[in-house]
Design a protein around this ligand. Sequence first.
Ligand code: ADP
Ligand code: MG
Length: 683
Amino acid sequence: MILAELDQSVRELKGVGPAAARSLARLGISAQRDLLLHLPRAYEDRVTRVSIAESLSGRTCNTVAEVVAHDYIGRGAQQTLKVYVRDESATAALACFGRNFLGSRLPPGLKIRLAAQFSYRYGEPQASAFEFEAADAPPRHFGRILAVYPLTDGLSQALLRSAVDQVLRGPVRHIEDVVPPELRRQRQSAPIGASLRRVHQPESLADAESARRSLAYEELLVLQLRLRERLLMRSRAVRPSRTLPLALQQRAADALPFDLTADQRTVLSEIHNDMQHDRPMARLLQGDVGCGKTLVALLSALTPIEAGGQAVLMAPTELLARQHAENAVRLLEPLGVRVVLLTGSVNVRARRPLLNALAGGEIDLVIGTHAVFSESTRFHDLRYVIVDEQHRFGVVQRAAVLQKGSNPDLLLMTATPIPRTLALTLFGDMETSTIRTMPPGRKPVHTHLARLSNEDKVYARVRRELAAGRQAYFVYPLIDPNDRSELRNAETMFERLRDDVFSAFEAALVHSRVPEEEKLRRMKAFQTGTVQLLVATSVIEVGVDVPNATCMVVEHAERFGLAALHQLRGRVGRGKLQSYAFLVYADDLSEEAKQRLRVLHKTSDGFAIAEQDLQIRGPGDLVGLRQSGFLRLHAADLSRDQELLIAARDDAAALRSADPELLSHPLLTRVLSAHERLEGLAL
Ligand code: ADP
Ligand code: MG
């Protein structure tokens, strides 16, 4: 039930004026309900006693003390009041910088409740940050656990605490629950009103965590119900189950100069099984760059093709589409499969006969970019849609392709490993397949970290590789110097590398502002080896396959996410040669940021890297979407709440028919709208 009161503006609350309202708006808070979902980032324990002496090890003291004397530091107008206080453990000084007026409120002999951060200065425990109240009055800011909120300019903890308190005293107790009572008992999840109160004003830290978990469970359950609903919608039988042929796939696999890996064979049979079901396949295929996903996709397409249908393979860039098409032609045309490439650069005159052939059923497999979505692209009988680098496409685009057939099977592919919790949240309604092992014979890439000021050593190492006939990538975070930044950029560095550092070799530059045709020409030159040095931005992150390239140099590596760096590193080590990745970082990098880069040094397991990324930066970055807060859940934390998530998923499956009220719960509309944006990622 919608509680209109919760939709009221925060302006209605006492103490929230126009300026505070503007600040709150910057945190995405305009209605009172938003405030309720603005959860504390930490708590301050004003219940547990911590004496002055105990606090000297770095804790915040929470004690009752007596004012014993006043003193002054400095002279004249610069004088600062020092108030000496004493509890049963020690005597300490409160330094009142700029607040000498506190003298009259802290007369000697007064007993106070005191919270302060003491440290040893000038031979005595001193604090300049402290809060107090008279001990003979009823406690206001003591004897409780205080919420500490994320803030922005113009807001204070006190303002937020008071505003939240007003909402909690108001309509909150009437909020109805999302979770059915019996399930709530089983999961030890409190009613939502109580959880919200306790998460903002807990009795103890344990209480706060248990309230957070209740809310997290609720949030995750709603997300899982949403996924469940979609799954049920899709799982209606729409076709007879049938036995599909495998002969063509078998012949193609036999013709390969190598054996498929065990993982590849498993995935192929999973897909084949799905295709025989009475409902369309929806499967996500994960696996590191170079593990052989594209090959699996092409082979799997031979089943619907042999059965007389058509298939499409979507790629996010022209470059990648061309590469796939070349592979497909080499692999499949000898078997009589008719393959075409359909991209934006295929001109209109050439496109017409191609589209006619497609609509007439004379084409078996289309490999294309966004051009495939166009309305003029019609199929005779589209039965299988494959989407490579799925996160580069929106849900609308994917839906547009699916509509070109009648209930075609769907395979999404991603080389960005998705941690389990995130996969369950994004793709909870899909089956997943994973290729974990690389084809045999690949040598792990050696990863080196270096400071920018040590670039000469890196360049010398690269020069030796180039002299031995190998090739190298140089990647920069920015395109050109106009970006008003201290960071190195691809254009300037391209000139320096070409003219000074590596003048004996040929270099080329690619980034998103190089016209498509020119970009392809330069890539081709790199592929064929006439160019040895490719200077680029992260545009080369996906799909480029040059086995002779053995060096990947990423400058300002600190500017890239771990997942992106892992992708870039995947550009080398694609042949039998030993390859190297050099992650070059800014000289003034913090220890923490270096630690982050060391993860890449330590492991080449994309899944482990993705889990780390999830913990360090939250899920938004991982799925290739850089907006912060994109996937921010309110109470749930995908890196901590695995168990809850699994519980929520099981419960969602058990709650056979999702109560529509459950999905339109007022407090969860924000959660759901976040999830709607997510649907650009899941289907
Ligand atoms: P992905 O799409 O996962 O990045 P690809 O399918 O493009 O990987 O495969 C990368 C390279 O490895 C290609 O050159 C491909 O021919 C080769 N390859 C794929 N599977 C095997 C295998 N089982 N053994 C040897 N090489 C393989
Ligand atoms: Mg691929």
